[in-house]
Design a protein. Structure first.
Length: 205
């Protein structure tokens, strides 16, 4: 008898939980219908934000924005917005260029036997320098009050050895140096040596 009562109680609890979940879902849909974003103009706000983004990554992220009724999330996002607005209004030196989407190249080189192109390597250096400058900005005394944006940056670190190696391989214009590797240096030396006699012969004709 006791076992039967316990079983009935468990069944009742399951039914109550399912009913409450169903009721909440219907209530949510009643308050926020599927076309809520279109009715309130939220999709237009997304387009306005997209138009002011500096990079393709930013524009893609803007289109991923969605309406939320989560108080904590809204409060955090408003805090980030207020802080960045302060940065723009006060003219603080936050990096505003070289936000490059390298995901196609980085995804491609995960395949064994593939390689990164010289121009992509140059873009990688620019991108890493920008990220490094962003992190450096949040270490400035003037940025100590930007707690939400600092939290967004998280514990990102850029290896100084990686940037050092990129600077060793690439010159100021983003071209690969002759001494990037011993083999490359020899190949380029042989190419130049092979072209010089031809150039002299053409000059003498």
């Amino acid at each position: 008898m006791t076992l039967l009562i316990i079983l009935l109680m468990l069944i009742s609890i399951v039914l109550i939980v399912k009913y409450n979940k169903y009721r909440k879902t219907n209530l949510y849909n009643l308050i926020y219908p599927p076309n809520f974003e279109q009715k309130t103009g939220f999709n237009q706000i997304m387009e306005i934000i997209k138009a002011h983004c500096l990079s393709d990554m930013g524009r893609e992220r803007a289109l991923q924005l969605e309406f939320s009724s989560d108080f904590r999330k809204i409060n955090r996002l408003l805090g980030e917005t207020r802080e960045f607005l302060t940065i723009l209004e006060t003219g603080l030196p936050f990096p505003s260029q070289d936000y490059i989407d390298l995901s196609p190249a980085l995804n491609r080189i995960q395949t064994p036997g593939s390689w990164i192109l010289p121009e992509e390597l140059a873009d990688l250096r620019l991108s890493l320098n920008t990220i490094n400058d962003c992190l450096g900005f949040f270490r400035l005394p003037s940025s100590h009050s930007f707690v939400n944006l600092k939290a967004r940056a998280g514990n990102i670190e850029i290896s100084s050895n990686l940037l050092k190696e990129l600077n060793r391989i690439l010159d100021e214009k983003g071209h690969i140096r002759d001494n990037a590797s011993e083999t490359l240096g020899k190949i380029r030396k042989d190419i130049r040596a092979g072209r010089l006699p031809s150039k002299k012969s053409l000059t003498n004709c």
